[in-house]
Design a protein around this ligand. Structure first.
Ligand code: GLN
Length: 277
């Protein structure tokens, strides 16, 4: 039996039959063909060669199995930056832009501030801040050398100068002082059923275990020793963690404590200023 070559239209029909969204399918096929999704619309009679067809079958299988589109494409956009992502890094979320907006407002026009992004993953926060504030000296840390390598690659490709350090929260940053500390740490509860849908992303980037507050507590607990006078700490947290995070900030002696909501209306980030006695 001779098999007919697969056309773009037939390939997209296969995706539909597997429950893969049309836009996802167009982006995946476009990547394989080196073409834009719009080009595909105008060329749906083109035949896929054998190699593309086999990659397509693989992509379809993985996407239908729940693998995030960003890992299949190897990229995710964050605040206008196209970032490489791999399964070693969390996929940047739109709600994390709230943290960068907050950092933006705090940095204002100030020149030469020292900023750190703890647990940078693919580098999203650190790179977005550096992009918006070229004068800031930005440090990005991660406990995972594999994640840090992805972040470093992004910095190089985007020509953004950031210092990368392998560190586990404050361990590895001894003696370093900052004006602004930012972090989107793992904060999902260990028994949160939502973790199942996130199973393709690194567990260590999603949950610190237990009640989900361990990493936030470690960061808040050690922050005062790493903040310059009047320095700020800004953290992302879970939608139901606003009160415990404010309590941790209070206990650590922070002033001007504030919680902000993300675009979905969830309390999503908190900040405090180092109170100088
Ligand atoms: N916001 C992520 C989610 O989708 C969690 C990221 C994190 O733990 N920092 O739940």
């Amino acid at each position: 039996m001779t098999e007919r070559r697969l056309t773009v239209a037939a390939a997209l029909a296969q995706a539909r039959a597997r429950g893969v969204a049309l836009l996802d399918a167009r982006l995946l096929l476009g990547r394989l063909l080196g073409a834009s999704p719009t080009w595909l619309i105008a060329h749906d009679e083109i035949c896929l060669d054998a190699e593309v067809a086999s990659h397509w079958a693989e992509d379809l299988e993985r996407r239908a199995g729940g693998e995030p589109l960003a890992y299949l494409l190897g990229q995710k956009e964050f605040r206008g930056l196209l970032l490489d992502v791999t399964p070693a890094t969390l996929i940047p979320r739109p709600e994390t832009e709230l943290l960068v907006d907050w950092a933006d407002a705090l940095l204002g026009g100030s020149a030469g501030c020292d900023v750190v992004d703890l647990g940078t993953g693919c580098g999203a926060i650190a790179l977005a801040v550096k992009q918006a504030h070229p004068q800031a000296r930005v440090v990005a840390t991660d406990a995972s050398p594999a994640a840090l390598a992805v972040a470093q690659g992004n910095a190089r490709r985007l020509s953004l100068l950031v210092e990368f350090i392998v560190a586990s929260w404050w361990q590895g940053l001894e003696g370093r002082l900052f004006d602004l500390v930012l972090s989107n740490p793992p904060y999902v509860r260990e028994d949160d059923p939502a973790l199942d849908a996130l199973r393709h992303e690194p567990t260590a980037a999603l949950t610190p275990g237990g009640d989900g507050l361990g990493a936030l507590a470690a960061i808040i607990g050690g922050a005062a020793a790493h903040l310059n006078a009047d320095g700020w700490l800004v953290l992302e947290h879970g939608f139901d963690q606003a009160e415990p995070v404010r309590e941790l900030l209070r206990k650590a002696g922070f002033a001007a404590i504030e919680t902000r909501r993300d675009l979905a209306g969830h309390a999503r980030a908190a900040a405090g200023q180092r109170a100088v006695p």
